[in-house]
Design a protein around this ligand. Structure first.
Ligand code: KG4
Ligand code: ZN
Length: 347
């Protein structure tokens, strides 16, 4: 394996991310620069991501972001050896923008391309932190679209131990947040609101907590939050939006407590079942402060190391895509190709 420079492009949902990574022959790849544009504000008016608008905005942002990354890293396009892009899962039209741009750039430069699995990007993003993990480890991958526990023995060696049977953890945060009148995607806002609330104020279900397996279910929790919010509004004789902030904060804290308890409990079970002494958390929900505090405390008690991505690299970004591509290439798991007949895998 030769040292090489990897350009990564992420466009699976509502963030356009571009990054440049330097992959040495040995040792961890190094992030040279990355740039991100979030479309969240544009989608907020609709209460969720509008796929067609997302695709159009990726087209507007991707080349300026690429230029910015090259400038910030002091490189030029001819320094790029491999172009990587998110192949899926995600919104088809949005993915096609990244794939199209990646293949066009690579074809013009006469360089190979590499399609990356979005979740592998999240999974390997903690390797970009100042305290990178070592294999093997248990991974808790919790994003807006996925919730999984995995056993990870090396690059490309992933075994799913359990996953959600309905909503993802991020989805549970976002849907509950919407019920409390918070803007999309409400995960972060809900956790902010929860800071001043009492997590024991309302009794909400902990789905599958004692199921014995490592699967999750969050759809029922969302229904319980809806019922509880309705009861509060009824008791106060007002609409949910007009509830006192203290009540909304209690609802937020109780919701967060339910989600976090399930995630923590199942992570500990996975560690116990595998006998591994290392936990890696990745995906947007990995930014949640309460989740981090509880996992830190439990893992300290069990003398288990826990690793997270840098806070700003928890949600979607280009750095994780460039990193995953570089780690794949370095480990010989996947080679880049000169065939630009790109395809994407939305599901
Ligand atoms: O990984 P990500 O950017 O997108 C997917 O690949 O799905 O994750 C986004 C999800 C959203 O559901 C968002 O609400 C959630 O991560 N999220 C959080 C926090 N920050 C982002 N959830 C709880 N607490 C946070 N601080
Ligand atoms: Zn993601």
């Amino acid at each position: 394996v030769k040292q090489c420079c990897v350009l990564g492009i992420e466009s699976s949902c509502d963030e356009t991310g571009v990054a440049l990574v330097d992959m040495p022959a040995q040792g961890l790849p190094v992030l040279l620069a990355h740039a991100l544009y979030s479309q969240i504000e544009m989608h907020q008016a609709y209460g969720g991501v509008v796929p067609e608008l997302a695709s159009r905005d990726h087209i507007r942002r991707v080349l300026p972001l690429t230029q910015q990354v090259l400038q910030d890293s002091g490189r030029t396009l001819v320094d790029v050896d491999v172009v990587a892009f998110t192949r899926g899962p995600g919104l088809a039209g949005a993915l096609l923008v990244g794939a199209g741009v990646a293949c066009a750039l690579a074809a013009a430069l006469g360089k190979p391309v590499l399609g990356v699995h979005h979740l592998e990007g999240h999974l390997l993003s903690p390797f970009l932190s100042i305290d990178p993990p070592e294999f093997p480890f248990v991974a808790l991958l919790v994003s807006g679209g996925h919730s999984q526990l995995m056993r990870v023995d090396g690059v490309g060696s992933y075994q799913i131990l359990g996953e959600t049977i309905d909503d993802a953890a991020g989805e549970a945060f976002d849907k509950s947040a919407k019920l409390l009148g918070l803007d999309y995607p409400g995960g972060q806002a809900l956790s902010k609101l929860a800071e001043s609330g009492n997590p024991k104020a309302y009794k909400l279900p902990r789905p599958l907590l004692h199921s014995g397996d490592l699967d999750f279910s969050f759809a029922g929790l969302k229904t319980a939050v809806m019922v509880q919010t309705g009861k509060c509004a009824h008791a106060h004789g007002c609409a949910v939006a007009d509830l006192p902030v203290a009540v909304l904060a209690d609802l937020a804290a109780s919701t967060q407590a339910a989600i976090v308890e399930v995630l923590v409990k199942k992570s500990l079970t996975a560690l116990k079942q595998t006998g591994l002494k290392r936990l890696v958390v990745a995906g947007g929900v990995g930014a949640n402060r309460e989740l981090r505090q509880q996992l830190n405390a439990e893992c300290a008690r069990l003398k288990t190391r826990v690793h997270y991505p840098e806070l700003h690299l928890c949600t979607d970004n280009g750095a994780m895509i460039a990193m995953a591509a570089a780690m794949r290439l370095q480990s010989g798991q996947q080679s880049a190709v000169n065939n630009y007949a790109f395809d994407v895998k939305p599901r």
